[in-house]
Ligand binder design. Sequence first.
Ligand SMILES: [Zn+2]
Length: 177
Amino acid sequence: MRAVVYHGARDLRVEEMPDPEPGAGELLLRVHAAGVCGTDAAEWQHGPSIYAFPGPHPITGHRGPLIPGHELSGRVVARGSGVLGFDDGTLVACGAGYVTDPNEDLARVKPNMAKSYATVGLQRNGGLAHYVAVPADCCLDVGPFGLNGDAAALLSRWRSRCIRFIAAARSRENRRS
Ligand SMILES: [Zn+2]
């Protein structure tokens, strides 16, 4: 597959990379869209500071050049073991952040403060590529919300807040009709 690959400050390259394979609990997505945010711009300008480059990263084990992209949407093309649902073709928004130890105290209440927190596209390969493997736990099927792939990519980073907002708006609408 083709991917954007970070090799250090001011050194992004479009390269051929092996297709990723989904691990246990992960989805393989064919990327629809991936955003570039201020974090990526800063990493390009004077990084690496957050990217797991050159690694190895203590949580994800990532080492070497990194594929950025932590605001992404895509369609499911394969699943690793233990994944429930997420049929082929399901359009998902990927929230990108996840915890590797769900039993950690902060994992449920404030996952981004947990010791085992990591982010796709920052601490492991992300969505600026044709394909990306992502934990199913940080993906949301956006079909029920009527979103297209572009909207899903924009939503992904604010996934939980937006979904709550949309769900609340829908229930208000339902009460009116
Ligand atoms: Zn960001």
